[in-house]
Design a protein around this ligand. Structure first.
Ligand code: PAD
Ligand code: ZN
Ligand code: ZN
Length: 376
């Protein structure tokens, strides 16, 4: 390609600091170094986790930063030593990398590769530097991905090659929201056929938990949300009932206990609120109920609960990215999508041109969108 080995000037949305809109700027993207890949982003989704950073809920974030972590694109060029990718390949960036060598990568039960940047937020690639500059300033990367830009550079272990027929404007959701929710049900929860599930929070990730519970054969899937507008879509995706805590005087875990003969088999927290996490735990059945934490709470939040809840046999688990081993599993999820094992197009309620990114965040904050996919 004509751009190989040279810096690329392109548009990106910069987050200069918390509590301000993103600003569309011209940036310079350096060529990929050894074992790195430069990608032209084609479509990127807006996830609540990006909004958490913008709202200041993640206290150790480094600014300025290019956010965005749910996307699909095409390889523009590769650095030295990259053998499994070439220009023109369709790819999905991975916000949980897979190095294949660390303790987590070697453990079949774990997916949180040591090379991840979640919770550390160093904001650089593995060689400890950034490939982005804007107005003479270095701009940080975000959780190994940074997709709110026409071009990004990622480490080889943080990008997966996907099927050449994959529609990028849809499978971008496999980069975060869909896979996280779906995997939370099928991998982390290991939902069994005939079981009863409660899903707290029916956004893009929660609805993907609903899809996972349905594929796993759950017989009851109860959606819980404060916004009744989310219920129609939840039922389309497989929720058998939906309830709004505002409609009851009793605490929601007591309502669920009455509905389910003393509690659900699986409860999923997909809001990011520690009070809801405790409610989910209390809603699960003593002796056998399992609660899965999916939501990302503010960095300073603490969850409190009576340990008797656990002593009496409930399980509390959690995972990022639905427990998937990203580099291995993302290509398979894309093939499962192409082969119609599941369907999630309905999660995309809005498409906007990239320049309207702030409008996309407003739709999410107002509860009007599930997923907005930005197109370049
Ligand atoms: P979203 O904002 O689209 O959905 C959240 C939903 O929760 C909305 O429908 C709200 O109305 C609802 N809600 C808010 N408060 C309550 C409440 N008290 N009780 C019941 N429902 C409530 O977000 P999303 O679906 O994009 O993401 C959900 C969470 O998952 C969020 O915390 C995000 O940061 C986290 C996430 N985690 C991972 C991971 O790897 N674990 C990945 C992606 C997103
Ligand atoms: Zn996300
Ligand atoms: Zn690893």
């Amino acid at each position: 390609m004509a751009t190989t080995g040279k810096p690329i000037k392109c548009k990106a949305a910069i987050c200069w600091g918390p509590n301000q809109p993103l600003s569309i700027e011209e940036i310079e993207v350096a060529p990929p170094k050894c074992r790195e890949v430069r990608i032209k982003i084609v479509a990127t989704g807006i996830c609540r986790s990006d909004d958490h950073v913008m709202s200041g809920a993640i206290s150790d974030m480094k600014f300025p930063v290019i956010l965005g972590h749910e996307a699909a694109g095409i390889v523009e060029s590769v650095g030295e030593g990259v053998t499994d990718l070439k220009p023109g390949d369709k790819v999905i960036p991975l916000f949980v990398p897979q190095c294949g060598k660390c303790r987590c990568c070697l453990n079949p039960e774990s997916n949180l590769c040591y090379k991840n940047d979640i919770g550390k937020y160093n904001g650089v690639l593995l060689d400890n530097t950034s490939r982005f500059t804007c107005k003479g300033k270095v701009i940080h990367h975000f959780i190994s991905t940074s997709t709110f830009t026409e071009y990004t550079v990622v480490d080889e272990i943080a990008v997966a090659k996907i099927h050449k027929d994959a529609p990028l404007d849809k499978v971008c959701l496999i980069g975060c929201g869909f896979s996280t929710g779906y995997g939370s049900a099928v991998n982390t929860g290991k939902v069994k056929p005939g079981s009863t599930c409660a899903v707290f929070g029916l956004g893009g990730v929660g609805l993907s938990v609903v899809i996972g519970c349905k594929v796993a054969g759950a017989s009851r899937i109860i959606g819980v949300d404060l916004n009744n507008d989310k219920f129609a879509k939840a039922k389309e995706f497989g929720a058998t009932e939906c309830i709004n805590p505002k409609d009851y005087k009793l605490p929601i875990h007591e309502v669920l206990a009455q509905m389910t003969n003393d509690g659900v088999d699986y409860a999923f927290e997909v809001v990011g609120n520690t009070t809801v996490m405790t409610s989910a735990l209390q809603s699960s059945h003593f002796g056998c109920g399992k609660t899965v934490i999916v939501g990302l709470a503010p960095s300073t939040a603490k969850m409190t609960f009576d340990p008797l809840l656990i002593l009496t046999g409930r399980m509390l688990v959690g995972a990022v990215f639905g427990g998937w081993k990203s580099k291995d599993d993302v290509p398979k999820l894309v093939c499962d999508y192409i082969n119609k094992k599941f369907e999630f197009d309905g999660l995309i309620t809005h498409n906007l041109p990239f320049d309207k990114i702030n409008e996309g965040f407003e739709l999410l904050r107002k509860g009007e969108s599930i997923r907005t996919v930005l197109m370049f």
